[in-house]
Design a protein around this ligand. Structure first.
Ligand code: GLA
Length: 327
């Protein structure tokens, strides 16, 4: 009995501290004003003790793209939002950090375009915050990567333009900064059949010609990348549009080396459908080695504004395998 009490005293607080953030956030996902958080396909930057959650603003009526042969549901591009938190539980709306353009139809950011999966990284050398995002036309033929920059994490971000990295199509994406300060852009390319990893320039604003093809022909999207004990992990979804499918994890010893795709990191009920969600980011919990939050989107394709979020604990087991468990 005494041992049990001691165990509870020693270990319960740690368990509680680790598990609380994502459970609390998962149950509410309202900002501190009580409004639903509008930050889809997002990612979190941890900078100087504050978490910044950036994501797509999806607001307004969902429509089907005329003439599309598949389930092509869209909502007007709403720009990129930012929410800030010190504890991953209370999120304060910190503004539209990159607004959509309402007047210029030729702009990449025009409301008729697609602005998806924005991710922000901090460049220690230039002291700038760099946002990369997927820019597309409504029919997804444009397939480019856009970049914006700001001196402050809460913007405003200045849009610099878009490109096809090294001439390649680029859709779903993420960016990852390695321990040596080098940043890499992971993007679904070649009609989403093959993922690419491009090394960014030192200022993170452009692509270098170092561009590696990985997961060739495996048709993966929604990439989320993290590093654990010198190994690189990439979680991705299959390509079934807004509809859920099975996630997969891949591992590499060298970020530009050989990536091997293994299997589904999700466990338990509905693991084959990623719990009706799709990966967007893996957030390391500061100070908790091997503990992460798996951030995912539960899309509502007929009413995209009503899409929800699912945040689950992700841990690495003793064999180096990532495990995501439902709450
Ligand atoms: C997938 C992508 C999303 C979005 C939709 C569009 O789910 O991961 O970012 O592009 O397709 O159908």
């Amino acid at each position: 009995m005494r041992n049990l009490l001691l165990f509870l005293l020693l270990f319960l607080p740690t368990t509680f501290c680790i598990s609380q953030p994502y459970k609390e956030a998962g149950s509410a996902f309202k900002d501190t004003d009580g409004n639903p958080i509008n930050a889809h396909g997002g990612g979190v930057l941890y900078h100087n003790g504050t978490y910044y959650w950036y994501g797509e603003i999806k607001r307004g009526k969902t429509h089907k793209v005329p003439g599309s042969t598949w389930e092509n549901y869209r909502v007007n591009a709403g720009g990129v939002s930012c929410y800030t938190s010190n504890d991953l539980k209370k999120w304060k709306f910190s503004g539209v950090v990159l607004p959509a353009n309402k007047t210029d139809k030729t702009s990449d950011l025009h409301i008729s375009k697609v602005i998806e999966r924005p991710k922000v990284i901090y460049n220690k050398k230039t002291k700038q915050f760099v946002m990369w995002m997927h820019i597309d036309s409504e029919d997804y033929a444009y397939a480019r990567s856009g970049v914006a920059v700001s001196n402050s994490p809460t913007g405003p971000f200045k849009y610099l333009g878009s490109e096809r990295p090294n001439g390649n199509m680029a859709r779903d994406m993420t960016v990852f900064v390695d321990d040596d300060g080098k940043a890499y852009h992971f993007y679904s390319s070649e009609e989403n059949a093959t993922m690419h990893i491009a090394l960014l320039t030192d200022d993170y604003l452009k692509h270098t010609t170092t561009d590696k093809r990985i997961l060739i022909g495996l048709s993966r999207e929604a990439p989320a990348v993290f590093k654990y004990q010198k190994k690189y992990y990439l979680i991705s979804s299959g390509c079934t549009g807004w509809s859920p499918n099975e996630a997969n994890y891949a591992v590499a010893d060298d970020i530009l080396g050989e990536w091997k795709a293994y299997g589904n990191p999700c466990l338990g009920k509905d693991a084959d459908k990623t719990y009706y969600a799709q990966s967007t980011f893996v957030l390391p919990i500061p100070g908790k080695s091997g503990k992460y939050i798996f951030m995912a989107d539960q899309w509502n394709k007929l009413d995209l504004e009503k899409s929800k979020y699912l945040w689950l604990p992700l841990t690495i087991n003793s064999r180096g395998i990532p495990e995501i468990k439902p709450n």
